[in-house]
Design a protein around this ligand. Structure first.
Ligand code: XBP
Ligand code: MG
Length: 262
């Protein structure tokens, strides 16, 4: 049976399209704590641990209950109030141009679109800032070329649950076997593979090769002319010649599908 042809590439946002966590979201959370007169602060190491919980409001509630010891209902109310303030602060950071695209992202998206591939987004982040950030990272024309954008507001279960990727495929009428996900974290790779997509990991600021070892290819970036990416794991022998482009993603997809005979 011929392997299904690649049709769709689904991009994660946080850690993949932009390094948003360490100096973006984490700083916004800390400024929200300060703004509400609370003594809590998330240093870089603690935040890396807390990223295991997808969704900023859920992350806050987990921290307040498990690390601070605040009871459930009170923690839920405070988490909601803090997350509204954090989201406002993060939007200000985006508007101030403090969240740049990763090197090679725009080149990569252009290559996918020019090759006739459908490009979509699946993120756990909140829609209210995701849409603004995509306009900033990609410019308005490219952002409007995205076939669909699934955010944390559109799903009941966040990554590592596969729901976000299942919803993208459902909205596009695409078989997961015809799609490749581009992710940066353990939760993201688990969500993509759980939904049946092949998965390429572009390591983010917190991910390690071990975290994403179940991805079909692990690299340290998108690569740029003169600044080649480093291949960290390539069990299928995809070969990317220093830059991710449509052919590299098609090669990965062929090898994954060809191997499983799907
Ligand atoms: C991103 C997240 C988000 C961000 C914070 O995960 O988990 O919660 O950390 O954004 P992924 P919000 O990269 O897997 O999409 O505060 O808006 O949730
Ligand atoms: Mg991510």
């Amino acid at each position: 049976m011929d392997a299904a042809a690649l049709r769709v590439v689904v991009l994660d946002v946080d850690g993949t399209m932009a390094l948003t966590e360490r100096w973006g979201h984490r700083v916004a959370f800390n400024e929200a704590f300060e703004g509400l007169g609370l003594p809590y602060r998330w240093d870089e190491e603690l935040y890396g641990d807390l990223l295991a919980v997808g969704g900023g409001e859920a992350r806050l509630r987990h921290y307040l209950e498990d690390r601070v010891g605040i009871a459930g209902p009170e923690a839920a109310d405070l988490a909601r109030e803090l997350h509204v303030e954090k989201t406002r602060i993060f939007q200000e950071m985006i508007d101030a141009g403090r969240i740049p695209a990763r090197a090679g992202l725009v080149r990569f998206v252009d290559a996918l679109l020019e090759d006739g591939l459908i490009v979509a987004v699946a993120t756990t982040g909140s829609r209210v800032w995701v849409e603004v950030l995509l306009q900033r990272l990609l410019d308005a024309e490219r952002a409007s070329a995205l076939a669909t954008v699934v955010t944390g507001d559109d799903v009941r279960r966040r990554k590592p649950d596969p729901e976000a990727y299942e919803l993208v495929c459902q909205r596009l009428g695409a078989d997961p076997g015809d799609a490749v996900a581009v992710e940066d974290s353990q939760n993201g790779v688990a969500a993509a593979k759980g939904a049946g997509l092949a998965c390429l990991a572009v390591l983010g600021e917190y991910g390690t090769p071990e975290d994403v070892e179940s991805a079909h290819l692990v690299v340290d970036g998108f690569g740029e002319p003169g600044a080649p990416l480093r291949v960290l794991r390539d069990p299928l022998g995809v070969e990317s010649d220093g830059m991710l482009d449509a052919e590299a993603v098609r090669s990965l997809h062929r090898r994954v599908r060809g191997r499983s005979g799907a």
